[in-house]
Design a protein around this ligand. Structure first.
Ligand code: NAP
Ligand code: GDD
Length: 351
């Protein structure tokens, strides 16, 4: 029998734990044996629906998930949590993450999505924590793209207050890495989706509508720009890349993407197909319509969903991540659409 004390579980702190990625990452880390601390902001009602599979499993096993209240706009809560938890790994996923909302709340977005990152980094530095730090960077940094496909060396040209705030976070993460020899990295993640995606992002808006229209509970879906193209992957695959980045020998920034791009219209067609409502498209621009199998208009364009400046085309090249980390996506575009539509159909059937 060994006289050595048992090896203590590694501790991870996840900001934004109540969000799409936070919930998948918390599950992955718990599976890997981490003690996970999730930072969530205080709200009048508890907001942990996405964590319920994990909380349910916890009741039968050792508690490995701890939730604590903190806010990226509040240095004192960040410092207190870091000092108490003393994590080995920190995943900074918290953000005002909606691009359209960032045009309506630019200053708030700058504070939480931009300055929030330096609040985290400076607290880690002042407390002299030897923690590794992951920053949730984004393909929105490329904005008006200068090169296709986009790689780690493609210049940035953000197109929204959200993109600008994330550009600051990207750079300040690099600055702390270079100034203080911190293991601090940026994951430049392209769009990733799941049944847990927020309901106002375009993919989930579409899959919920396809399910509701097929069930006779909604008449029409109104969308903005159908031409926009995105490199859409599955969130479950992408959180694995976050973890791999913090296990690497060297701190490096990585693009995480599928390498395929699809238009919003294509996503819509596949989702409505899956719901049993194949669409044909008629007209163009704001007059474009998606027509259902009985000739009824099921999809319309509504300019209220246009953005003041659009990101037209994103497609990432994740060669560095494949070579260094052995990461590649598992879920295909079509599988992703199907699993989101099926989930939204089953939700409606359950109520
Ligand atoms: P999400 O579902 O919108 O989750 C955002 C999380 O941040 C939520 O837990 C939210 O809490 C939390 N949050 C918001 N304001 C906060 C504040 N002031 N203090 C502390 N926490 C706060 O976003 P996601 O899709 O999981 O994305 C995770 C991160 O990756 C974000 O930083 C996002 O910008 C970035 N990203 C996402 C994608 C993507 O395609 N999903 C791609 C690239 C980068 P509430 O639950 O209380 O709102
Ligand atoms: N949200 C939304 N709603 N978008 C629409 C709609 C609509 O009704 N109609 C068309 N779109 C278009 C948007 O104009 C955009 O070009 C595209 O669909 C995707 O929009 P979102 O799903 O809102 O995602 P996003 O690409 O702007 O931002 C997401 O991905 C980024 C990574 O590139 C977010 O998750 C960001 O946090 C993330 O950084």
């Amino acid at each position: 029998m060994s006289l050595l004390p048992p090896r203590l579980a590694r501790k991870a702190l996840v900001t934004g734990v109540t969000g799409q990625d936070g919930s998948y990452l918390a599950e992955l880390l718990v599976q890997k044996g981490y003690e996970v601390w999730g930072m969530m902001r205080r709200s009048s009602l508890r907001n942990t629906q996405r964590l319920s599979p994990l909380e349910y499993a916890m009741r039968r096993e050792d508690t490995r998930l701890h939730l604590c209240h903190g806010d990226l706009s509040d240095t004192s809560s960040i410092r207190r949590i870091l000092d108490e938890v003393r994590p080995d790994e920190i995943y900074n996923l918290g953000a005002q993450s909606h691009v359209h909302v960032s045009f309506e709340m630019p200053e708030y977005t700058a504070d939480v999505t931009g300055v929030g990152t330096v609040r985290m980094l400076e607290a880690i530095h002042q407390l002299q924590l030897p923690a590794k730090f992951y920053q949730a960077s984004t393909s929105e940094l490329y904005g008006k793209v200068r090169e296709t496909p986009q790689t780690e060396t493609t210049p940035f040209h953000p197109r929204s207050p959200y993109g600008a705030a994330k550009a600051y976070s990207f750079e300040i993460t690099r600055v702390y890495r270079e100034s203080y020899a911190m293991f601090a990295v940026n994951g430049i993640l392209f769009n990733h989706e799941s049944p847990r995606r927020g309901e106002t992002f375009v993919t989930r808006k579409i899959t919920r509508a396809a399910a509701a229209i097929a069930a006779g509970r909604q008449r029409v879906l109104k969308l903005g720009n159908l031409e926009a193209r995105r490199d859409w992957g599955f969130a479950g695959d992408f959180v694995e890349a976050m973890w791999l980045m913090l296990q690497a020998q060297e701190p490096r920034d990585y693009v995480i993407a599928t390498g395929e791009t699809h238009a919003v219209r294509e996503f819509c067609s596949l989702a409505f197909d899956r719901a049993g409502l194949p669409l044909s498209w008629q007209g163009s621009g704001v007059n474009e319509r998606g027509i259902g199998p009985s000739g009824e208009v099921l999809v319309e364009v509504d300019p209220q969903f246009f953005r003041p400046a659009e990101v037209d085309l994103l497609i990432g090249d994740a060669t560095r991540a494949r070579n260094d980390l052995g990461w590649k996506p598992k879920v295909t575009f079509e599988q992703l659409v199907n699993l989101m539509v099926d989930h939204d159909i089953s939700l409606l059937e359950a109520c």
